[in-house]
Design a protein around this ligand. Sequence first.
Ligand code: 1PX
Length: 215
Amino acid sequence: SEAADEQKFCLQEVLDTYRLCLSPEKEVYLEHYVAGWRGLVKFLNSLGSVFGFISKDAVTKIQILVALLNGENGSQYSTLQSMVKYELDNGLVDLTKRGPHPDSGCRTLLRLHRALRWLELFLERLRVSTEDSKTSALCAEAYNESLAQHHPWVVRKAAGMAFLVLPGRPTFFEVMNVGPPEQVVSMLGEAVPLISEVYKITEELYAEHNLLDLP
Ligand code: 1PX
């Protein structure tokens, strides 16, 4: 039924949150940014428990950001831009080594930001993939080009092993629940540029404030 269809998980809705992410002035709304990750984690969980160690870390980071958003200074966290300004102006970020602010919004979001680059690369590879492409290979390539550079050996090893059990492209597309493969490809064609823009704006903001290497 139509009502049941609405309840069903659909990756399109997740990717739509990236459309909501940007204000007219190209500020990034934290609420929608976090909502995007929530949806992606749900998707990841639906692929199986081997990905638990990955989704667990993402959930921890999402929770840190949600707590800041809902906290007493929540209004300072409405956009990434306001978060960076507020935390820096008030000395709430450990800039060079771990210190009294291990869970700042800035460093927590940086981890997700690096993962967003992986997502952008992976989705673009999926978009141009062919029926016989291996999702595990696409995923590993995207990871090696991005997030892996920030991970120690043991995490890279565990991630590499998790990728091997990713379902094949047909099942992967089905779990996305967006429709036939052509429709998945066209959805990805819309989503990738949106994700890429959010990534680029965040990257520039972090670079401008020298925040790209936060411990
Ligand atoms: C249509 C495709 C959609 C796929 C959606 C999948 C969503 C994946 C969500 C992944 C979020 C990963 C966040 C990782 C953040 C991170 O780098 N954390 C590390 C550093 O944090 P720390 O606080 O210690 O400085 C932390 O050490 C991470 C540990 C967990 C392992 C992370 C492996 C990341 C692999 C990312 C690829 C996900 C593969 C999903 C396959 C579909």
